[in-house]
Write a protein of this length. Structure first.
Length: 78
């Protein structure tokens, strides 16, 4: 299983840095993903971001946060 986690970490590390204008949205993804709405995505598209870029940054942020939480849990348990 660790090879799969390593692959996820590598994919996230290889993701292009997010534009500063995405910071608030990506923070929302990390902290309150259930609150992300179509309107959030439409606002980013209206600001000139492509669906692919929004998707890539969303997935990278979600995976990164999931791995951070997994590592924190492992530190407590281990």
């Amino acid at each position: 299983m660790s090879e799969h986690l390593d692959a996820l970490r590598a994919n996230v590390a290889g993701t292009r840095a997010a534009a500063p204008e995405l910071a608030a949205y990506l923070d929302k993804v990390r902290t309150h993903a259930y609150k992300v709405t179509d309107a959030d995505v439409e606002q980013l598209k209206a600001a000139g971001f492509s669906e692919d870029e929004i998707f890539e940054q969303t997935v990278a942020a979600a995976i990164s946060e999931g791995l951070r939480r997994l590592d924190a849990a492992a530190a407590v348990v281990g």
